[in-house]
Design a protein around this ligand. Structure first.
Ligand SMILES: Cc1ncc(COP(=O)(O)O)c(C=O)c1O
Length: 742
């Protein structure tokens, strides 16, 4: 039997460990890992993690500016820096050989989207929403247990038995999930390609059960992991699959260790190894089982697994099965990982303090809930320094990232030899099912007997093998066409366009540059269901995600982009999302429903800057039909507060005179200090139900967190928040307004 992968080389307890050299990351000195709970830290972390990205400068995705392939075959990133070395790595695929110097020079910072602070208003309203839901849920439970004893018997202590399902998860499922259950598990039919066909259903018992109505509805599909558009029932792959079924049937009828190894299994394993740039590979019929059975065959008692906090449940399950110790580091945070490594290596195993038998770090290439791409260059530097094994789950990145679809190594231009275990699935980019493990031959030979899903479960079905083989062949250019390259480019371009457009509109969007997974933050549980239902009404199928798949506060909609999407699909989706948010998200609201009367702009002359801006804007757009009114500024910077009541009164009087005079449909605010009185007054007719005066707040390149106090005050009242002044012209061009520009 093959031996397990060699043990982690560590200092023994006899010889004291030498001081571990430190790397300063981005000039930040590594600090001691803080474990103690601190309320202020919690608040800081929460604000950082669930935050607004309102005005990112547009970055050009480097993979779109494809560099010309170099003839020098094996350029790859040296592990100890970002300099390029010429190395002979015979296992590199032809596709990976095409990686250019430009690719190898990429840094993580080029793709990382910095997460910015969320406005307190969003956080507070989200917590409040949960508070009300939880409160009402508990009140209903208490009443139910008292007055509907039979119905609630399973939640009560009965005959000495404790209730079996009375934890928070059960409460969450009954009192929160059930209310919005229609947004998940929607039955579909047909191929989940660019479009998806959804079977309509209805519930007459508040989502306890559903009944199909018999109607079907077609929607643009942003919910499947069809990154490269291979989910097809026609074309090259489908034809080959059809031929394969005629030749091999549907099943090998045995396990791999017995009589189930077909020639096509072995061919696919060679192809996968070649594609990812490793010596050998095994394939397993289920992606989830690939992780959960491989990890226990590599590590066990006395070993340590260090896992990213957002790793997929198949990894968590595998680590638990293995019996290895596990420590978790903050998502993609290399400073935290470094501190953790120092701690665990210096301390060794619990109680005995013996050195760990081996240390394996498990990360994902692309995180499917966050859209973040692993910081592989920094991870490899740490690997060189601390000597751990690196296991990368490429379920979402293989095929979808990198100039050649080769995953994260290809994306950064890093040689795959730096990653010990490469795991991936065929469910996403290849439009099939199953998973693979690629690595050195000795390790893969060991897995061929020790991996239970490989040796004891059913083998991968022939049509599935053929689908993977054909689609991988297209990505590698084996069919002699540019189809594969075109798909990869379309996907990168679609992903970049879509996320940039959403960010420009002021949405809270996660995900690194180039990620085909684009999460749009909704926070509020009420918005989750509303967003999903409204999107479906508009023919957009999108997955909404909440607890337990995400932290309870950061519910989101997750758009999965595909190379099959056309620009029209994306533009329509963006229009639908931004229009729809009028009711759903406080960030961007629609003006569509309002009819505007002829244009006549008036600007309040509050300060020289905004007057100049308004005048030049007027000259550009309005060609001289511009009147300028004066509104006193409530308080100049540095002015004493004692005069504020008087100036506020005067501002309110002037504003009400202007409002009544113009009776506008729209107020465009640029300079919150002077906007507040007029916006407050403009709310009165809305509250009285007389007229809805739209308020648009323009802050050129401002981020919510950097707004002044008055800006933050005004922000929640604005119907539409524009981050770029130039975008205003797009709105104004489309409609005739009667409005005020403040
Ligand atoms: C990171 C990761 N690993 C493994 C899996 C399991 O793959 P499969 O769905 O093919 O079983 C998934 C599924 O989405 C995943 O996201």
């Amino acid at each position: 039997m093959a031996q397990p992968i060699s043990s982690h080389s560590q200092t023994t307890s006899q010889s004291p460990p030498p001081p571990i050299p430190t790397i300063a990351v981005d000039g930040i000195q590594p600090s001691t890992r803080q474990r103690a709970f601190s309320f202020s830290n919690l608040v800081k972390r929460t604000r950082r993690a669930y935050s607004v990205s309102s005005a990112y400068p547009v970055k050009v995705h480097p993979s779109l500016a494809l560099p010309t392939p170099k003839s020098s075959a094996d350029l790859c990133l040296s592990a100890d820096g970002l300099e390029i070395q010429k190395m002979k790595v015979p296992s590199l695929t032809p596709a990976q050989r095409r990686n250019s110097i430009a690719a190898a020079q990429r840094k993580y910072e080029d793709f990382e989207q910095k997460i910015e602070a969320a406005p307190l208003f969003v956080l507070v309203s989200t917590y409040l929403n949960y508070f009300i839901l939880i409160l009402f849920g508990h009140v209903r439970d208490i009443m139910g247990k008292l007055f509907k004893r039979k119905e609630y018997a399973h939640l009560r202590m009965s005959e000495g038995y404790a209730p079996l399902v009375s934890d928070f998860d059960s409460f969450y499922t009954r009192r929160m999930y059930l209310r919005i259950r229609d947004c998940w598990n929607r039955p579909t039919t047909g191929v989940p390609g660019r479009k998806i066909t959804i079977l309509e259903r209805e519930s007459k018992d508040f989502n306890l059960s559903f009944r199909l109505t018999g109607k079907k509805m077609e929607a643009t599909n942003f919910s499947s992991y069809n990154y490269l558009g291979f989910a097809q029932n026609e074309g090259f792959c489908a034809d080959q699959v059809e031929d394969c079924v005629k030749e091999y049937g549907m099943s090998s009828g045995s396990t791999r260790l017995e009589a189930g190894t077909l020639d096509i299994h072995q061919n696919l394993e060679k192809k996968v190894a070649n594609f990812v740039g490793k010596e050998d590979a095994i394939i397993v019929s289920m992606g989830f089982a690939t992780n959960s059975t491989t990890i226990p065959s590599l590590v066990g008692k006395g070993c340590l697994v260090i896992s990213d906090e957002l790793n997929h449940s198949s990894i968590i399950f595998g680590v638990r099965l293995s019996g290895a110790s596990v420590r978790v580091f903050k998502h993609n945070n290399m400073i935290d990982l470094r501190n953790l490594l120092r701690e665990v290596i210096s301390q060794g195993q619990p109680r005995t303090h013996r050195p760990w038998k081996k240390i394996v770090i498990i990360v994902e290439g692309l995180y499917s809930m966050e859209g973040s791409i692993v910081n592989l260059p920094e991870l490899i530097k740490l690997k060189q320094e601390f000597k751990f094994y690196l296991y990368v789950d490429e379920a979402h990145s293989i095929g979808a990232l990198g100039e050649n679809g080769g995953g994260v190594c290809d994306f950064y231009g890093i040689s795959p030899k730096h990653v010990d275990i490469m795991m991936g699935t065929f469910t996403k980019s290849f439009g099939a099912a199953g998973g693979y493990i690629a690595g050195d031959k000795a390790v893969i030979d060991h897995l061929r007997v020790k991996n239970h899903a490989f040796s004891y479960a059913e083998t991968m079905s022939p049509p599935v093998i053929q689908q993977v083989s054909s689609s991988m062949g297209i990505i590698m250019g084996e069919d002699g066409t540019n189809d594969g390259v075109n798909r990869i480019h379309n996907l990168a371009e679609n992903a970049r366009y879509f996320s940039n457009e959403l960010r420009k509109l002021g949405f809270i969007v996660y995900g690194d540059e180039g990620s085909p997974v684009i999460p749009l933050l909704l926070f509020n549980p009420a918005k989750v269901s509303a967003f999903s239902r409204e999107m479906l009404k508009r023919g957009i199928a999108v997955v909404v995600v909440g607890y337990p798949a995400t932290p309870i506060i950061s519910s989101r909609a997750r758009f999965c982009l595909s190379s099959a999407h056309t620009r029209e699909d994306l533009d329509k989706a963006i229009r639908d999302i931004s229009g729809h948010t009028a009711e759903m998200l406080q960030l961007v609201k629609s003006l569509d429903s309002v009819k505007y009367t002829p244009r006549s702009y008036i600007v309040a002359d509050t300060d020289i800057l905004s007057k100049e801006k308004a005048t030049s804007y007027e000259q550009e757009l309005n060609k001289g039909k511009f009147e300028i009114y004066n509104i006193p500024r409530v308080r100049e910077v540095g002015q004493s507060w004692s005069s504020v009541p008087l100036t506020l009164l005067s501002a309110l009087l002037t504003s009400s005179r202007i409002l009544l005079n113009i009776w506008p449909d729209l107020i465009i605010c640029n300079g919150p200090g002077s906007c507040i009185p007029i916006c407050m007054l403009a709310y009165i007719p809305r509250i009285l139900g007389i007229k809805k005066i739209e308020i648009v707040y323009v802050e050129s390149f401002a981020r919510v967190e950097t707004l002044s106090l008055t800006g933050k005050l005004l922000y929640p009242f604005a119907d539409r928040f524009l981050v770029q002044w130039s975008e205003l012209s797009n709105i104004l061009d489309k409609a005739e307004y009667k409005g005020i520009l403040v």
